[in-house]
Design a protein around this ligand. Structure first.
Ligand SMILES: [Cu+2]
Length: 175
């Protein structure tokens, strides 16, 4: 599904900015303090270059028993591969990453991938019929066209949260 507005959906929680603020409280900038400050600024610059998520949408299952499907584009603009250690949302009991596997008898099956990897300088597209997210048991009332947050816990230890638009399911998601 295409959206008219495709703003970047990149948002994250970063603690190093807080540390920099704390440092500013020390009025006297001795050389070691300046050095520490520069290192912290440098670190937060590096951490900006993690995953960029765009075109994120969830297609709600027709009933809460039926899992919802999530589609999005993830870009890794850094020089390092990044793996996603955990996926979560306040609005769903469980979020999983699924990939299509062709079994020996030629039948396509969905398999859960525990720690998906986004290779360095590359883009991974989750779309209908391919890789996708599966979201189980909506824990709160979710309204169509609203936005909820999904959270990735990354291999760097950073948590990255991004908004995802909710759509009413059209076709059932087949497994
Ligand atoms: Cu699936």
């Amino acid at each position: 599904m295409k959206h008219k507005e495709q703003k970047p959906l990149h948002r994250k929680i970063t603690y190093s900015d807080l540390e920099v603020l704390k440092l500013h409280k020390y009025a006297f900038f001795t050389p070691p303090k300046i050095l520490t400050l520069l290192m912290l600024v440098g670190l937060s610059t590096i951490s900006q270059a993690e995953l960029v998520v765009t075109e994120a949408s969830i297609h709600l299952g027709p009933m809460s028993k039926i899992p919802s499907a999530g589609y999005l584009t993830i870009q890794n603009k850094s020089q390092n591969e990044i793996s996603i250690q955990a996926l979560s949302s306040d609005h769903f009991e469980k979020v999983e990453w699924h990939e299509t596997v062709i079994s020996t008898d030629g039948i396509a099956k969905m398999r859960m991938k525990k720690t998906p990897v986004i290779p360095a300088l590359s883009k991974v597209v989750l779309k209908r019929g391919g890789k996708h997210l599966m979201l189980y048991q909506p824990s709160k009332q979710i309204e169509t066209k609203s936005e909820i947050d999904l959270v990735f816990k990354l291999s760097s230890g950073m948590q990255q949260s991004f908004p995802v638009k909710i759509h009413r399911h059209k076709k059932p998601h087949n497994h």
